[in-house]
Design a protein around this ligand. Structure first.
Ligand SMILES: Cc1ncc(COP(=O)(O)O)c(C=O)c1O
Length: 377
């Protein structure tokens, strides 16, 4: 085998994003055991800082050792038993995925759909919640397949009033938009590390409210996944006080925990408000520049994600033409941007400005690459 030698790219995808050099350095630090008190101290810090970022006091807040999809699965398989009802908001790929995971957990799924590129209609969600009386209501805060940011409190409060637990997907929003899950009334949340935290993929921060854990404790059937069972995970990650016995559950991915530690430290240094403002500023620079190239955002201004911009392409760029430009961007400019998914395939681009990439330099570079390529079509 030759030494591994990936090209150096500007990764402006919906996922992942470039990793901070500080995070890469942290990952090369010496390995220690996962029950070593020094490592548990690092883990405690990670858990505490995740509480701050999620905006929660939930003791059960921890990084699951797998990507964001495992966080989704953890929330749904713990909170749903066969025959339970769930109302899922679906306005893109990840709401659709939630339905599939919930179905596999044996739940009766009611999907409340909204057009891709638009937010969920709270009135339609509330109507379904009152009609179905679900055990769980679940939706996506930052829908990466379309670039829509979903307002949370109206839906979550209606769900809670109806006695349902609220699950929220914050894979793309964590560390890019301030979150306040306790204030919003969210019971279970999951995220990922490869986006606004500027870490590699491979961990899924999750948080469960005491109410959610009580539901798990009252289950009549065991959680279908041994690996993601919250009652077993708690034996290693502890009760949030930093005290108590910690026992082996699975071998924690030590180097990935160093990575998220450093990623979280960078967020703390910058401050979440300043970081959110940096993301907003980069997005508005990008949108202004794309406007100059004749490209307009898919999503209405009030619901646009700051870390992911979806732009509509004129018909001349649909299909093969847009794919060719993305390929040229990759090969000639070392920049990767995202294609459209599902009904939007071939008709939009999705450009991520996440974490370290949410800066003017990245915006300037991608605009400078796109301008001649679009002019050449
Ligand atoms: C909103 C959303 N949810 C879930 C996921 C799944 O995360 P992963 O690909 O890390 O498993 C993603 C990934 O991009 C996402 O954007």
């Amino acid at each position: 085998m030759k030494p591994v030698s990936p090209p150096v790219r500007l990764v402006l995808l919906p996922s992942p994003a470039n990793v901070s050099p500080r995070v890469l350095e942290a990952m090369s630090l010496p390995l220690i055991g996962h029950l070593d008190p020094s490592f548990l101290e690092i883990m405690d810090e990670v858990q505490a800082q995740l509480r701050t970022l999620f905006g929660t006091s939930n003791p059960f807040t921890l990084p699951i050792s797998a990507t964001g999809s495992a966080g989704m699965e953890a929330c749904l398989v713990n909170l749903l038993e066969p025959g339970d009802r769930i109302v899922v908001g679906v306005n893109g790929v990840f709401g659709t995925r939630m339905c599939e995971v919930a179905r596999r957990a044996g739940a009766e799924v009611t999907a409340v759909e909204a057009a891709w590129g638009t937010p969920l209609d709270p009135a339609a969600m509330i109507e379904a919640i009152e009609r179905v009386k679900p055990q769980v209501v679940s939706f996506v805060h930052a829908e990466t397949s379309t670039g829509v940011c979903q307002p949370v409190p109206e839906i979550s409060q209606a769900a809670r009033m109806a006695g349902a637990l609220v699950v929220l997907d914050c894979v793309t929003s964590l560390a890019g938009i301030p979150l306040a899950i306790d204030e919003w009334g969210v019971d279970a949340v999951y995220s990922g590390t490869q986006k606004c935290l500027s870490c590699p993929p491979g961990l899924s921060p999750v948080s469960f409210s005491p109410r959610a854990l009580e539901r798990v404790a009252q289950r009549k059937t065991p959680v279908q996944s041994w690996f993601l069972d919250t009652s077993l995970l708690g034996s290693y990650y502890g009760d949030g006080t930093g005290s108590g016995k910690r026992a082996y559950h699975h071998t924690a991915p030590i180097s990935s925990i160093y990575a998220i530690y450093e990623g979280l430290r960078i967020v703390e240094e910058e401050g979440m408000e300043a970081r959110a403002e940096r993301h907003r500023k980069a997005a508005s620079q990008l949108i202004a520049g794309l406007g100059g190239l004749g490209l307009v955002p898919l999503v209405e201004e009030d619901y646009r994600l700051p870390m992911l911009t979806t732009v509509k392409l004129p018909e001349a760029l649909h299909g093969e033409a847009e794919a060719k430009i993305r390929t040229r961007l990759l090969n000639e400019y070392d920049i990767e941007i995202g294609a459209g998914l599902g009904a939007l395939a071939g008709k939009v681009w999705r450009i991520g400005l996440m974490g370290e990439n949410a800066r003017g330099a990245a915006v300037t570079r991608v605009l400078a690459a796109l301008a001649p390529e679009i002019a050449n079509v």
